[in-house]
Design a protein around this ligand. Structure first.
Ligand SMILES: Cc1ncc(COP(=O)(O)O)c(C=O)c1O
Length: 437
């Protein structure tokens, strides 16, 4: 019924999707976007906390561009900075002062950063981090964790979402077209389990270049590391000469101005940032210890990209990070309070209906499952939970004018208001009924 009701409102959207599928596989440009029901949506405007689709339907947006939009859509100081940068020049094919300012600001904000290199997407910057770690250590193997996502490149797209019964230590390719060689140098183990990692490291003495992880596992639920786990990994890496890489593409500038490493007080050797760094512009970076970054200039470690450091992205990043820095005491409490209230109230409505749900996360980003499990602290327990009720929930919310990511993750922005939360909670009640049906 909901599908029919929604489809009835998506006239031009349906036509566009039909047209799009003839020229864009699936009608989209990123597979993740194919999951939306009843169909991928096509938008014409984004402003503050709202999206407007091509049929004029308006939605409160908790996708936030899948994470980047931390200040809100069309945030005035960011738009202004980009307009000014556009007028000065779109691409110099050379350097400009704002790149230096951005690098200096990143160094000042993020504990692990002495030096930094810019890219445009998270995937590229993670690939750069892996290369830097290998060049620095002279080793080749990379340890990663089941359920963590680090981008779509061959060597990175391994064991991101293995089946719940898959043995976690066996690396799994995730896409047709990935060569078997993509896993040749990849080791996989269970996150939040220090002894598994210790055993893995002991089995490959002197071979491991990097341990790569999301410091808060956001691509499988939003799962915090257990107390002492990150510090244990930090100590192990230091003792074994392994480069510890935090992929902060989601957590960076979202959970704390200095990233998860500042929130959790564990400093990696390298870290990767993207998404929230520029409030919606494609900018990413890899940064960290001077001795690991410096060989890019002096020892033949190749890092490149036509659009790296482009003036528009850099202007957006500077404006975003300035705003986050100047208004830290306003922005982060707002994100925390709004997200926490959403989680608490959704839980309360569900309890009233006898529908078991689990919501967890720090607030600026959180995750929701339909389950009676009290907490999820590892990949397997999350993978075992049936996703179908959440898909129905997301679709029913969309029909009621609230857009969330179909998987279960929610993002909030500084532009979301208490009124947005109130309206969302009104929609949640009916959507929970749809999920339980
Ligand atoms: C933790 C993490 N790392 C890397 C990436 C890849 O970033 P991008 O999609 O910008 O290539 C993502 C994307 O969602 C991510 O969540």
């Amino acid at each position: 019924m909901i599908e029919r009701e929604l489809a009835g409102r998506l006239h031009y959207g349906r036509q566009l999707w039909d047209r799009a599928r003839r020229v864009l596989p699936g009608g989209v440009n990123s597979n993740v976007k194919m999951d939306e029901r009843p169909q991928p949506l096509y938008f014409v405007r984004a402003e503050g906390s709202r999206l407007v689709d091509c049929d004029g339907n308006s939605y409160i947006d908790f996708t936030c561009g899948y994470g980047p939009v931390i200040l809100g859509h069309g945030y005035p100081s960011v738009v202004h900075a980009v307009h000014q940068a556009t007028a000065r020049g779109m691409l110099f094919g050379g350097q400009h002062e704002a790149e230096v300012q951005l690098a200096e600001l990143l160094r000042d904000l993020v504990p692990c950063i002495d030096m930094v290199r810019l890219n445009c997407t998270g995937s590229e910057a993670v690939a750069a981090a892996v290369r830097l770690a290998r060049a620095y250590t002279g080793r080749t193997k990379v340890v990663r964790f089941a359920g963590h996502y680090h981008g779509w490149f061959d060597e990175l797209l391994v064991s991101t979402h293995p089946p719940a019964d898959h043995e976690e230590s066996v690396p799994l390719l995730e896409s047709a077209g990935q060569p078997a060689s993509a896993i040749a140098e990849v080791l996989v183990t269970r996150w939040n389990d220090l002894s598994s990692l210790e055993r893995l490291v002991a089995a490959h003495p002197g071979k491991i270049a990097a341990v790569l992880m999301e410091p808060i596992m956001c691509n499988t639920g939003v799962i915090f590391p257990d107390a002492g786990y990150l510090q244990g990994v930090r100590d192990l890496c230091r003792a074994q000469g392994i480069v510890l890489v935090f992929d902060e593409v989601i957590t960076g500038f979202r959970v704390h101005l200095g990233g998860a490493q500042a929130l959790l007080n564990v400093v990696p050797d390298l870290a990767v940032f993207g998404k929230a760094m520029a409030n919606g512009f494609p900018v990413s970076c890899v940064g960290g210890r001077r001795e690991i970054l410096e060989p890019v200039a002096s020892a033949g470690v190749v890092h490149a990209g036509t659009f790296n450091g482009n003036p528009l992205g850099v202007a957006a990043a500077l404006a975003t990070l300035h705003e986050l820095s100047l208004r830290t005491n306003e922005i982060y409490p707002h994100l925390m309070a709004l997200g926490t209230r959403l989680m608490k109230e959704i839980r309360k409505i569900a309890v009233g209906k006898g529908i078991p749900v689990l919501l967890q996360g720090p607030g600026p980003v959180f995750y929701m499952w339909f389950t009676d499990v009290p907490a999820v602290s590892d990949y397997r327990s999350s993978a075992r939970i049936d996703r179908a009720p959440y898909a129905r929930f997301a679709e029913a919310l969309l029909a009621a004018g609230v857009r969330v990511i179909p998987g279960g993750r929610w993002y909030v922005s500084f532009s979301h208001t208490d009124a947005d939360v109130n309206r969302t909670l009104e929609a949640v009640s009916g959507a929970l009924d749809a999920a339980a049906r």
